[in-house]
Design a protein around this ligand. Structure first.
Ligand SMILES: O=P(O)(O)OC[C@H]1O[C@](O)(COP(=O)(O)O)[C@@H](O)[C@@H]1O
Ligand SMILES: [Mg+2]
Ligand SMILES: [Mg+2]
Length: 342
């Protein structure tokens, strides 16, 4: 029988954390509260998607040529409206908007932080009721306060992130976020409408047994990548069986599983798409920050994803992320093939 325990809300938790930083002003916690409010609004629509006019295509394409879903646009607007009116955010960058948006009102120009987000991740899963999510990344500005923020505030490497997180709209709704103090998970308690601490100090297992990749693309893969997949399908000496393959097709859901159960999630570059599919600023950087803060690894095949110097809002990078042992094993294989290939 489920026993009730003292619930620690997201607010209480962030206030406790600010005590660890004597100079903290509470602005970052306030921003996190704003983002969680927008995600509660999105969650309400997601939960009853079949009953409200939010299923299906919106009838427009975004700057990346992807057909926008109604929920992509709803989620984007919900986040922009909450952040624009919050006085805690100087500007945003979003998957669904061509360019960065600087908020120019007298309060926002004095805000220290900018936010990048993927308002709705896993769009191809919206209509089939599989887990989807929202991903966000928070940077401290480098441009002077008192003026509108600039693109330099957004084009910072991931190792400069102040915080990053995601909300997964699944069997339960969870918010997982990371700072340099670690990665923590909060579950939405519907009866009080608050995210409450449910997964303190999350750790990504060093050793994994699950590999996650869209094998439908494998005809475009380099030899090293194909060899690694063969390795995963071989009888593993330690396990006495092959690794398990899991792929939901929503980065948030595939990485939430990887964070909790270990394993490796991969979206490699290939002969058709040398930079893969996933976007550096609002998918790969925030997820890499969260997994690394939980003890995992994230690489583009050459170095840490978090050390990449961004150049554009919607640039894509290959990603191999998750348990240390499996990410290093992928590197061994893809490193090897290039040498062999030559
Ligand atoms: O269908 P594919 O090629 O496997 O791609 C799935 C990937 O694309 C995404 O859906 C892209 O994100 P969006 O849904 O936010 O555009 C990821 O969530 C997922 O990991
Ligand atoms: Mg996405
Ligand atoms: Mg998206």
């Amino acid at each position: 029988m489920a026993t009730s325990r003292k619930l620690i809300t997201l607010d209480e938790f962030t206030i406790q954390q600010t005590r660890e930083f004597p100079k903290a002003t509470g602005e970052l916690s306030a921003l996190l509260r704003d983002i969680s409010l927008a995600c509660k609004l999105i969650n309400k629509q997601v939960n009853k998607a079949g009953l409200v006019d939010i299923i299906g295509k919106f009838g427009a394409t975004n700057v990346q040529g992807e057909e926008q879903m109604k929920l992509d646009v709803y989620a984007d607007e919900a986040l922009i409206n909450v952040l624009r009116n919050s006085n805690d955010c100087a500007g945003i960058g979003s998957e669904e908007n061509d360019n960065f948006i600087a908020f120019e009102d007298e309060y926002s120009v004095n805000s220290k932080y900018v936010v990048l987000f993927d308002p709705l991740d896993g769009s191809s899963n919206i209509d089939v009721n599989a887990s989807i999510g929202t991903i966000f990344a928070i940077y401290r500005r480098v441009s002077p306060l008192g003026q509108p923020c600039t693109k330099e505030d957004f084009l910072q490497p991931g190792n400069k992130l102040m915080a990053a997180g995601y909300v997964i709209y699944g069997s339960s709704t969870m918010l997982v976020y990371a700072t340099r103090l670690g990665t923590n998970g909060f579950t939405l308690e519907p009866s009080i409408g608050e995210f409450c601490l449910s997964h303190p100090q999350m750790k990504c297992a060093e050793k994994g047994k699950i590999y996650s990749i869209n094998q439908g693309n494998s005809r475009h893969y380099e030899k090293g990548m194909l060899d690694f997949l063969d390795h995963c399908m071989e009888i593993n000496k330690e396990e006495g069986r092959p690794y398990s393959h899991r792929y939901i097709g929503s980065m948030v859901a595939d990485l939430h599983r990887t964070l909790i159960k270990g394993g490796v999630f991969m979206y490699p570059g290939d002969k058709k798409s040398p930079n893969g599919k996933l976007r550096l600023l609002y998918e790969c950087n925030p997820m890499s920050f969260i997994i690394e803060a939980a003890g995992g690894l994230s690489t583009d095949g050459h170095g840490r994803v978090l050390d990449i110097q961004p150049t554009e809002l919607h640039q894509r990078v290959p990603i191999f992320i998750g348990s240390k042992d499996m990410v290093n094993k992928v590197l061994e294989y893809i490193g090897a093939s290039e040498t062999v290939a030559e």
